[in-house]
Write a protein that binds this ligand. Structure first.
Ligand code: FUB
Length: 316
């Protein structure tokens, strides 16, 4: 339980509307952050945002207070994922039974389909510590195929209060949900025997994420083009982890006075509080390089009716 966690005392500062040290809160080009709280620290796991061929590793960042960040280089490298021949990206962290799991996309099976024998998809790596090293857990993709046109990338992993784990994923404007077994390295089945269900909300593009607050499920995703000004985050509210997910509206979008192309996010709930932050990537106003994406976080507020208020971007 988060209650009594020293993080709550360290971080429960309702006056923080944005990263106290400013955004970006860490140096370097990174994207697609997802978050976890491990060993009384906040952890951010992003994509190293560079040319596809150079995305051969992942770094992570940890902080006891959301102010002071420690970089952990090379927590996962393609040396430890034999089937990944170039890119690893868009990680999703989760801990269970004392082990640390990191889900990721590797290769791009559409880009690679002209390469004989190329495989790709969503993989799972495991470590004994939050900082890794994360080692491929099953020697092949966990999801290495398209189902109803959902590209196997951009997964978010969510463990419900009853212990059932779900993976939400999908690029190319299609989203699916699958159940993860207790071992977290194999796909389970729904009651009807199927392994995947399509859940694509209106305007969905990529970047699936699920959170739960006060018994309500919030499915979130990114919309627009990943390089475009319209890149943004939207959400649905429902009472079931498998939907239906009816689009409520946008949570996060660019602010022409602050930054461009905001999306592909993770969510932090300060333990023992109702204080929430959205961690995301965005583009500096003056920037045109496709991979120049940086990490930011800002406060996310719930309205009294449970809906989410649009996020105000913190200044550079
Ligand atoms: O970082 C590579 C891709 O860009 C991700 O898969 C998308 O979500 C977009 O952020």
């Amino acid at each position: 339980s988060a209650v009594g966690n020293p993080l709550a005392n360290a971080i429960a500062k309702p006056d923080w509307t944005t990263a106290p040290a400013g955004n970006p809160f860490v140096d370097g080009w990174y994207a697609d952050p997802d978050v976890a709280i491990y060993q009384d620290e906040y952890w951010v796991f992003p994509t190293y945002s560079d040319a596809y061929e150079k995305q051969t590793f992942m770094d992570a960042f940890s902080s006891p207070d959301l102010v002071n960040w420690t970089k952990h280089p090379n927590i996962l490298t393609i040396d430890n994922v034999k089937w990944a021949n170039k890119a690893v990206w868009a990680p999703a962290p989760v801990a269970r039974n004392g082990r640390y799991f990191l889900y990721f996309a590797a290769n791009d099976i559409q880009e690679d389909e002209d390469q004989a024998g190329a495989i790709g998809g969503i993989g799972v790596a495991v470590a004994d510590n939050p900082q890794g090293p994360y080692i491929d857990a099953i020697g092949k993709p966990l999801i290495g195929h398209y189902y109803n046109d959902a590209q196997p990338i951009d997964q978010g992993v969510f463990i419900d209060d009853d212990g059932q784990a779900y993976m939400y994923y999908g690029g190319h404007s299609h989203a699916n949900v699958a159940k993860l077994n207790e071992d977290m390295i194999s796909i389970g089945a729904f009651d009807d025997g199927t392994q995947f269900k399509e859940i694509t909300p209106v305007d969905y593009v990529e970047g699936s994420l699920m959170i739960k607050r006060n018994g309500t499920y919030y499915f979130m995703w990114s919309e627009g083009g990943w390089m475009g000004s319209d890149y943004s985050v939207a959400y649905a509210m429902t009472n079931s982890p498998t939907g239906p997910f009816n689009r409520k509206g946008k949570i996060l979008q660019e602010d022409p006075a602050v930054a461009k192309g905001c999306g592909h996010h993770g969510i932090i709930n300060v333990p023992g509080t109702d204080i929430w932050y959205i961690v995301y990537h965005r583009r500096p106003l003056s920037e045109t390089a496709a991979n120049h994406r940086v990490l930011a976080y800002d406060r996310m507020y719930f309205n009294d009716d449970g809906t989410i208020a649009p996020v105000k971007l913190g200044v550079e």
